[in-house]
Design a protein around this ligand. Structure first.
Ligand code: NAD
Length: 243
């Protein structure tokens, strides 16, 4: 049985992705930072489906904690086949010039350094066995740039640059690195938006609606599957045609 490690998996896209992998017969390592109860409930739900999942606490921005987690997952599941760097934060929207330096650093610590910490810790495992897949969560704003989301957009653009470069570096070792760029997805990350805000946004989406976490999860599972064995260094937009 193959094993996937998903960061920030206690809710939203990470949670939907964990369930989708489990339904496809994968063992799931559910990383969480603070939401232990939600992470354990997810594992119970997966067990109820006949699957296998365990929780692993780590703040992805903490390099030492990430190394401990990856070694623990590899020891307990025997191996790791796929890493999904899903954990991410957006913080508040606002003008770039009003953004506190500390908030900008928090966003980069999670969205960029968190992804790099997990990737750096797992690459030696993948290189040793000459296989493995890394799937990173970027965003439509990382491609197009979003007004009043400048720092978040910059962090998600960094995810794309990292993905494309690392894909070339690791291809000779048989490792694929791709990213998914969701558009506007119905998760807690967007819970602060009003119904009117959402309706206004949907007018710009060619498919005319916001996306579901499940729809992103299915794209991630596709990139993890054998059907995507010749795909690396790509950005798969899941945005209803927005970009
Ligand atoms: P969410 O806020 O519902 O979930 C994010 C998860 O990451 C949470 O479980 C959170 O606890 C976890 N997390 C945050 N910081 C962490 C840390 N330091 N260590 C470990 N876990 C941490 O958001 P979501 O919508 O499910 O987003 C998932 C990913 O998709 C993020 O990278 C986000 O930027 C990206 N994304 C989301 C949307 C959207 O519209 N929802 C659009 C584009 C991209």
């Amino acid at each position: 049985m193959k094993t996937v490690l998903i960061t920030g998996a206690s809710r939203g896209i990470g949670r939907a992705t964990a369930l989708e992998f489990a339904k496809n017969g994968w063992q799931v390592a559910v990383n969480y930072n603070k939401s232990e109860t939600a992470a354990k409930e997810l594992c119970d739900e997966i067990a109820g489906l006949g699957g296998c999942a365990k929780v692993y606490q780590a703040d992805v921005s903490d390099c030492d904690a990430v190394c401990r987690m990856i070694n623990q997952v590899a020891a307990e599941f025997g191996d790791i086949d796929v890493l999904v760097n899903n954990a991410g934060i957006a913080l508040t929207q606002g003008l770039f010039t009003d953004f506190a330096d500390s908030d900008a650093r928090r966003i980069f610590d999670t969205n960029v350094f968190g992804m790099m910490n997990c990737t750096r810790a797992i690459v030696p495992h993948f290189v040793n066995k000459k296989s493995g897949k890394i799937i990173n969560l970027s965003s439509v704003w990382g491609i197009a740039g979003g007004s009043c989301e400048v720092i978040y957009s910059a962090s998600k653009a960094a995810v794309i640059g990292f993905t494309k470069a690392l894909a070339k570096e690791l291809a000779p070792s048989g490792i694929c690195v791709n990213c998914v760029a969701p558009g506007f997805i119905d998760t807690d990350m967007n819970a602060h938006l009003s119904k009117a805000d959402i309706e206004a946004f949907c007018e710009d989406v060619p498919l005319g609606r916001i996306g579901k976490a499940q729809e992103v999860a299915e794209s991630i599972c596709f990139l993890a599957s054998e059907d995507a064995s010749y795909i690396t260094g790509q950005v798969l937009s899941v945005d209803g045609g927005l970009v």
